[in-house]
Structures are given as C-alpha cells and as structure tokens.
Design a protein around this ligand. Structure first.
Ligand code: URA
Length: 251
C-alpha cells in the first residue's frame, strides 16, 4: 500500500505533467497563428518586422487608419495623414512623418519639403501624379514652444506601431520602384545599419518584382546651408532621375 508521502509525490508528478501538456497544447494551438504572423512579416518588403498587416483595399485602409490609436501620436495630431496616389502606381516614395502643413491638410508632402520634392521630381522628369507618396509614420509629432508646434521625430516604438500601415500600402500598391526619402524610411526598408551618407542612390532588390533605393530627405536639404544645399539638391534630382531610367520595368 502506498504511503501518504508516496501519494503526494505521485499527485505532484501528475500535476506537473498536466501543466506541461497544457503548455504544449497552448503552443500547438498558437503555432498556426504564429506561422501566419511570421509569413505576413516575411512577405513585406520591409527589413523591420511587422506584426500584423491590416486588410482591405487602399480606401478601406485609409478609413481604418483614421481611427488608429496604436500609439499615442493621434492624441495631439489633427488627423491621420495616409498615403496619396494611384492604387496601381509603379513608383512609391516614402518619407518620414507629416509636418505642420500635412497635419492641417491631411496629405503627405504638401509643405515646404513637398514643394522642394515637387521641383526635384519635375527636374528628374517624374510626374508626381503617377507616383504614390506616403510616410513611415502617419501622424504629426511635435513639441510646443509657446504657440509654435515644432517637429519632433517619432521614436522607435511609434515607428513600430505605425509600420503596419506602410506594409499594407506596399502590399496593396505593389510598386516596382520604392524610394526612401531620408534615414527613417531607408532604415525601415533596408535595416538599421543603412547609412544615407554611404549608400544613397544604390539600387537594392526588395522583392521579386520590386527594387528601391534611398536618397536625401527634402527637409534635410532645406536645413543645410548654401553651397552644400545646392549640391545635395543636385544629388536628389540625380537619384530621382533613376526612376525615369527604369521605364523598362514590367507594367
Ligand atoms: N516630411 C515628411 O517626411 N513627410 C511629409 O509628408 C512632410 C514632411
């Protein structure tokens, strides 16, 4: 006959086995979802991870993004600034985040940076009307100085929270050419070690039918003084001219 301590030991072993089985079945239950998520993340053109890609066409995404509370930036911004352009555009330009004027108008690149970008695109013989223009982060972030709202860079957590929208835009538009404007977009596409100074203008494969490169952000040019500003602007135009040269890409 088993002693009381042997029975207690036996019950403990059974309890531990039960806990192990429960944990295993939980893992097994989670596995398909985990696989689904990693497939989604693998299928994006982005180097940085994306946990979930919202469903729907561009119009539905734009509607859903209006109510996005994935990070705290919506609280102080006027509105979500989603991408703009044709849903079958062959070229996508990705900036950093909306500024003051974009926040007010709800459209990307309509302020001073946008005007510089428009001029550079025109010189590079790229028609902005045929391009999809968007940002890495969809809300304006700022700090108050008196009454002024001064641009503040979105942090890593805010970028991560917003990345699903960019991944969804890329998945729906399926551009053949993607151009990152500035370091935030470049590192989202190509990884954290990407350096605009070293690797600007270099084509990279992003997916089976998509190539891309990074170039200066228009606002970095606006912040730079005199001669260097002119040189950077010429390089931006030179880089954007590459888009027109790649007219042999599939429709
Ligand atoms: N800078 C950006 O990165 N995006 C905009 O839309 C405006 C300024």
């Amino acid at each position: 006959m088993a002693t009381a301590s042997a029975r207690r030991a036996c019950a403990k072993v059974k309890q531990q086995a039960g806990a192990r089985n429960a944990a295993r079945s939980e893992v097994m239950e989670k596995t398909p979802r985990a696989k689904e998520q990693s497939r989604e993340a693998r299928d994006t053109l982005l180097a940085k991870p994306v946990r979930h890609i919202p469903e729907g066409g561009l119009a539905a995404l734009r509607r859903k993004a209006r109510d996005c509370h994935a990070c705290g930036l919506w609280k102080h911004a006027t509105q979500t600034v989603f991408g703009a352009g044709a849903d079958d555009a062959r070229v996508m330009l990705i900036g950093e985040q909306p500024g003051l004027q974009e926040d007010a108008q709800g459209l990307p690149f309509v302020g001073p940076s946008g005007r510089l970008l428009d001029r550079a695109l025109e010189e590079a013989k790229v028609d902005r009307a045929t391009v999809y223009v968007t940002n890495t982060v969809k809300h304006f972030k700022y700090e108050l100085r008196g009454k002024l709202r001064l641009h503040k860079r979105a942090n890593a957590a805010e970028q991560e929270a917003c990345r699903m929208w960019l991944a969804a835009e890329l998945a729906r538009v399926q551009p053949h050419i993607v151009v990152a404007l500035g370091a935030m977009a470049a590192q989202t596409l190509f990884g954290n070690s990407f350096s605009i100074t070293r690797e600007r203008g270099q084509w990279r494969r992003l997916g089976p039918a998509t190539e891309g490169f990074a170039t200066f952000h228009p606002s970095a040019i606006l912040r730079t003084q005199d001669e260097q500003r002119a040189a950077m602007y010429r390089l931006l135009v030179q880089d954007l001219s590459e888009i027109a040269k790649h007219s042999d890409l599939p429709e």
